[in-house]
Design a protein around this ligand. Structure first.
Ligand code: APR
Length: 242
């Protein structure tokens, strides 16, 4: 990795007064949580059909298969530990962290709940598939199987945003506001291929923010980067804040 680029990235973050991070599965990869499209590390979508496992249609078609798949992912998250990139982000008490990730590793690294915006929901909770309002935290180490909502009798499902579902409106608004107002956006471990989330990077750029990208390969946002650092988040992010 180019030391001049790293120096430039550190200078941008040192000068910034309204820093925001925008992360994807690559942030949690070194914790052992699988990415989606990263074929080199056996991304989830290289082995599974996302429409079959992460969509309302897939859940309707085979709810037990979907819940079993999430149970395996939940156990994987329970066994994972925050890595040095999560910890470096947690060292920034005023930073907002927008993430596409549904794991709880930023929270476990010490980032305060109000600093984290989970655009695609959380794997640590189930909610009623009929959206009656019921939701509950679940034990990631002992994930539940398919069961009915105690409130309305419809099935409970993971509290994540599936393909074809809309993002939580309040989270989306907070994320848009944060990106429109920030003066530095640190983009970590995302292919930047899934919209509307990936559009936040262009929103920050058009608002005048400097864009720093940390990724193991060029991404759909590379053209927006002021600084692009190709490498592992666990190695680069701590240096950016050191
Ligand atoms: N450090 C930095 N980057 C990494 C690392 C690492 N250790 N490991 C992998 N990466 C990079 C990969 O090169 C890839 O570009 O992280 C990126 C992960 O991209 P995806 O697997 O597409 O994951 P993500 O961008 O989070 O996907 C967005 O798509 O399937 C939906 O809802 C799902 O939230 C997800 C969304």
């Amino acid at each position: 990795m180019n030391s001049d680029s790293l120096k430039c990235g550190r200078e941008i973050l040192t000068a910034a007064t309204r820093m925001v991070s925008f992360s994807g599965a690559g942030l949690s990869a070194e914790s052992g949580v699988a990415t989606f499209r990263d074929a080199k590390s056996g991304g989830l979508w290289t082995k599974h059909d996302p429409m079959r496992l992460a969509s309302p249609e897939g859940f309707a078609d085979d709810p037990n298969l979907v819940m079993d798949w999430y149970a395996a992912r939940r156990r994987s998250v329970a066994e994972a530990e925050p890595n040095s990139a999560h910890q470096a982000l947690a060292s920034q008490p005023d930073m907002i962290h927008i993430t596409q990730n549904v794991d709880d590793l930023l929270h476990r690294a010490g980032v305060r709940v109000e600093q984290v915006i989970q655009l695609h929901g959380t794997i640590a909770r189930d909610h009623c598939h009929a959206r009656c309002g019921f939701e509950e935290a679940i034990d990631l180490a002992n994930p539940p199987t398919l069961r009915d909502c105690p409130n309305c009798g419809q099935p409970l499902r993971p509290g994540v945003v599936w393909f074809g579902e809309s993002l939580p409106a309040e989270s989306w608004q907070r994320a848009e506001d944060a990106c429109a107002e920030c003066d530095a956006l640190l983009v970590i471990g995302t292919s930047a291929e899934v919209y509307p989330a990936a559009g936040l990077i262009g929103l920050a750029k058009s608002g005048g923010a400097r864009i720093i990208i940390v990724n193991t390969q060029p991404s759909g946002a590379s053209h927006l980067a002021d600084v692009e650092l190709i490498g592992k988040a666990g190695e680069i992010v701590p240096v950016l804040f050191s």
